[in-house]
Write a protein that binds this ligand. Structure first.
Ligand code: KG4
Ligand code: ZN
Length: 353
């Protein structure tokens, strides 16, 4: 079966055609990141307008690159949340129209579940497994028992992991987005003298907190440089130590969750899963605990529509058809509400005319 996936939750307009569960026939991602750079973060209004302007082209391109006909698409899957409301609306409305025009089922896909599914597209992972979602907007640990069965084990109480990378890069004036810049620069770190705190929030907690770390970096910079330009090597060393703190906490809590729930499999998804230091360290440390770690392929770590199409197909097989009642959900809290619940909201009396 062919699924057309549509993703517009933040600053990427993306469409993809996936055959069955994981064969990616095309994956088109058009990012508005360049337009946000000078503001140091995503500006919702700019992102919304960008989606509106390019969604037709991106979808057409995905169909063309997959070398299929629009009429041969069997399922349409779209991200319904979490994300920016204006951005989600464009993708969901576009998908609804296509579903109506082509008379094909529409599946609403949760963006966070899809980030974990990207690890499943790249690896064979048995259920249950522990999932670590580390993106620009979310950080969470979940126990995944099936494509539609998620239990939230813990989440960030303040900043997300990716957000912390972006904010620390801003403090160090390294540019946006901070994650890839810090990842690359810190390979040249040469001093281990600096030490930032690790926030574990209690011995058994599976929640996260990164804002204290960010503030520690801010005060370190204020105390040591007092508005003077920070020498390049010092920036690299500060960024390295910040990254070590984030990686320490992510690894500790993920492995702890696996042990606590007696699950020997850990899947990681979201933009921060590209981080090379995390990848290098977690494989080794998990191996010592007999835990297998699974990452998505690099091209599937950041926002994309292939993960939406792939999970959409799995949910379709479980009868999660959303049809016309799919409503975007912009609530940015980690929510794993099944889409079926949304689909069962009966709005037909309001809609009949
Ligand atoms: O999953 P994603 O593409 O978007 C959201 O759903 O939020 O994640 C984007 C985040 C950004 O905060 C970015 O700085 C971070 O992922 N990121 C990284 C790396 N590449 C992207 N963080 C650390 N290391 C990287 N290599
Ligand atoms: Zn994302």
């Amino acid at each position: 079966m062919l699924t057309l996936g549509i993703e517009t939750s933040c600053d990427e307009t993306a469409a993809s055609v996936v055959k069955d569960a994981r064969e990616i026939l095309s994956s088109v991602v058009l990012s508005s990141m360049e337009l946000h750079k000078k503001f140091g973060g995503v500006v919702p209004e700019i992102a919304h307008r960008f989606h509106l302007k390019f969604i037709n082209e991106v979808v057409e391109d995905a169909i063309k690159k997959a070398e299929v006909d629009l009429k041969s698409i069997d399922i349409i899957a779209a991200t319904y949340g979490p994300g920016l409301m204006g951005a989600l609306l464009i993708g969901v409305c576009f998908a609804k129209s296509l579903s109506f025009a082509l008379n094909k089922p529409l599946i609403g896909v949760n963006h966070l579940q899809a980030h974990l599914y990207s690890a499943l597209m790249s690896n064979r992972i048995e259920f249950p497994f522990v999932g670590l979602i580390i993106s620009g907007g979310h950080t969470a640990l979940v126990l995944v028992r099936d494509y539609d069965k998620y239990t939230l084990l813990g989440q960030t109480q303040d900043d997300a992991a990716g957000e912390a990378f972006d904010k620390v890069a801003k403090i160090l004036r390294l540019g946006y987005p901070g994650g890839p810049i810090i990842d690359k620069l810190t390979r040249k770190a040469n001093s281990k003298g600096i030490k930032f705190p690790r926030s574990y929030l209690g011995k058994d907690s599976l929640n996260f907190s990164f804002s204290g770390l960010k503030t520690a970096v801010l005060y370190y910079v204020k105390d040591h440089y007092n508005n003077r330009e920070i020498p390049k090597q010092d920036k690299i060393n500060i960024a390295f130590e910040f990254q070590e703190s984030v990686v320490d906490v992510l690894i500790h809590k993920s492995l702890f969750a696996c042990k606590q729930y007696k699950v020997g499999r850990l899947a990681i998804g979201g933009g921060v899963s590209r981080n090379s230091r995390l990848r290098e360290r977690i494989y080794k440390e998990a191996d010592e605990e007999n835990i297998n770690v699974y990452f998505p392929d690099y091209k599937l770590c950041l926002d994309n529509a292939a993960m939406i199409a792939g999970l959409g197909y799995q949910l379709y097989k479980k009868n999660y058809v959303s049809d016309f009642y799919l409503t975007p959900k912009a609530d940015l809290s980690v929510s794993f509400m099944p889409v079926r619940w949304q689909a069962s909201l009966n709005l037909s009396p309001l809609l009949s005319f």
